[in-house]
Design a protein around this ligand. Structure first.
Ligand SMILES: [Zn+2]
Length: 292
């Protein structure tokens, strides 16, 4: 079921669309049209795309790929060690995402800035879009923000990232090219003191097509502890990428989570990607209708 438009319009009241502003080709806002600019001209754009013209049905996206903080924000009042923790990004997702995309010669869309600057998998009216507290850590640099500071994070990071994903999927659909959307994440092994047993989480909401195929294939490996909608589920209030780009366009999709203690070492990120890529390959053989 597609995301309802009326519902969506109210939830996106703070959203600043890229098309309403003025953007350079890198997705950076132009200073002339906005008084407050977050990213310096020498800082990287929020979004980076690998293999934009791939014809693989798989499209990989990584909302929490990076942990950069725009220079203007200092360290958000945090210690360096906090910026390496899961509160700042998805630990270990980078190598896994790159290896998956390389294996399938597929497009990968990466978001380089920390989820603490703005969480690209949250609706903009969510309290955790720009969190003042993450798990038990206060984020001083996110407290008492002025409207233009919030707007700049939306305009320079969130909007270009999601506009890029939307443009890629629209272009593929216009060309008759199938798209299977995989949003790649990692999760912390302990959250609020609770240990999580799952190695892998397969998360979805209204459309379980892809999840059911992967759950069946991955279950053949009895050493894996699979989370069917664990440790979270996908919903319209705490997710953005899957509801908007997957459900909204009615393409097969999945939010794929790996427990991050298994991929803290770079070589393990590649190893797990290889191990799991076999199931992605077989999914296309078992269910070719997914790629139609
Ligand atoms: Zn994540």
């Amino acid at each position: 079921m597609p995301v309802g438009n009326a519902h969506h319009a109210t939830r996106r009241r703070r959203f600043v669309s890229a098309s309403a502003g003025s953007y350079s080709s890198q997705g950076k806002a132009e200073l002339s049209s906005h008084a407050y600019q977050l990213l310096g001209d020498d800082e990287p754009a929020a979004v980076e795309v690998e293999r934009p013209d791939s014809t693989s049905p798989y499209l990989f996206v990584a909302d929490h790929y990076g942990n950069r903080i725009p220079r203007k924000l200092g360290k958000l009042g945090l210690r360096d060690a906090d910026l390496q923790r899961h509160i700042a990004w998805d630990v270990g997702v980078s190598g896994m995402a790159e290896e998956f995309a390389r294996r399938f010669d597929a497009t990968l869309v990466k978001q380089r800035y920390s989820r603490l600057v703005i969480d690209c998998n949250r609706p903009l009216d969510s309290a955790t879009s720009i969190p003042e507290v993450s798990e038990a850590t206060e984020i001083p640099g996110n407290c008492g923000l002025r409207f233009e500071e919030v707007e700049a994070r939306q305009r320079e990071i969130f909007a270009p990232y999601h506009d890029t994903i939307g443009t890629i999927i629209d272009r593929r659909q216009a060309a008759g090219q199938p798209t299977i959307l995989l949003a790649l994440h990692t999760f912390t092994p302990v959250y609020h003191g609770e240990k999580r047993p799952w190695h892998i989480g397969l998360l979805y909401n209204r459309d379980a097509r892809l999840a059911n195929v992967f759950l069946k294939l991955l279950a053949e490996d009895e050493t894996l502890c699979l989370g069917d909608n664990q440790p979270y589920t996908v919903d319209d209030y705490s997710d953005y990428t899957i509801p908007v780009h997957g459900e909204g366009r009615q393409i097969p999709h999945l939010l794929f989570e790996l427990r991050h203690d298994m991929v803290e070492i770079e070589s393990d990120q590649y190893r797990w990607a290889h191990r799991l890529a076999g199931s992605l390959e077989r999914a296309l053989e078992h269910s070719p209708e997914l790629a139609r």
